[in-house]
Write a protein that binds this ligand. Structure first.
Ligand code: FE2
Ligand code: FE2
Length: 259
């Protein structure tokens, strides 16, 4: 089927959608439930890549979303076939469910080496299935792990799937929805208003943003899938990277925000 071709109105919010599918390779957005959208906590996206019959979970999140994520993952793959769990960084909305995921899968967990010793505070004692990611990224199976340090965490990575050409960008590209939610960015300029506050405050500096943009522009990107907010298709992904590389944020505006 290639890439999803649905309007926002046609998206199945609760079950999730397959964003890309070809020869059994799938990149899946795992949907939202009411709590995701209406809770007092920030809305989160989780994704699942299925490749050669094995699953890779991307930032599967914490306790609030766990039942929904398990239910939706199970629509697509047996939990026993989850092979990898990739965490962009250490935040609770990303990785606080680690104890539950380790108990219901036999997956290995990948996260920046900076955070391996912190994860046990989310309730585990055995770190033998946690595999540290080096600062320069690397590979998990066929996926490219691309450094995104200080975007926003000091040890942060994104993941590029060369088969679907989808970049899972973690907090980069995050939007904070108001009353209206949608899966795909359709009006980029309107969407900027939902991203601006987050990026200005959570991203470390313009220099860091430019470093990241230069890094990911080397890849052929058809979609950018962030951990919060909406997915960018090809044209809006380009607009997003242009916007990001000129953003003043973090240390650039520290005097303004601390005044
Ligand atoms: Fe974060
Ligand atoms: Fe986040």
């Amino acid at each position: 089927m290639g890439y999803i071709n649905l309007s926002n109105e046609q998206v199945n919010i609760s079950n999730g959608e397959v964003l890309f599918e070809e020869s059994g390779h799938k990149f899946i957005w795992l949907g939202w439930d009411e709590a995701d959208i209406k809770g007092s906590f920030i809305q989160v996206n989780q994704y699942l890549i299925i490749s050669n019959g094995k699953g890779t979970l991307l930032d599967p999140g914490g306790v609030h979303v766990f039942p929904k994520v398990v239910a939706n993952v199970s629509r697509y793959i047996d939990l026993a076939d989850i092979k990898n769990i990739f965490y962009t960084h250490q935040d609770p909305d990303v990785s606080s469910g680690i104890a539950m995921w380790l108990s219901i899968t036999s997956a290995n967990v990948y996260i920046s080496k900076l955070w391996v010793r912190f994860l046990p505070h989310f309730g585990i004692t055995d770190v033998s299935r946690i595999i540290p990611i080096e600062d320069n990224g690397g590979r998990i199976d066929s996926f490219e792990v691309i450094p995104a340090h200080f975007m926003h965490s000091p040890g942060q990575h994104t993941l590029y799937d060369p088969t679907s050409k989808i970049l899972f960008s973690g907090d980069v590209g995050a939007a904070v929805f108001g009353s209206k939610t949608y899966l795909f960015v359709e009006d980029f300029n309107a969407h900027v208003a939902l991203m601006e506050g987050f990026h200005k405050r959570y991203m470390a500096s313009n220099a860091v943003c430019r470093n990241f943009v230069n890094r990911v522009r080397k890849y052929d990107i058809n979609m950018i899938a962030p951990q919060h907010g909406a997915v960018f298709k090809k044209e809006s992904a380009k607009s997003f990277l242009s916007w990001l590389e000129s953003l003043r944020c973090g240390s650039d505006i520290v005097d303004e925000i601390s005044r």
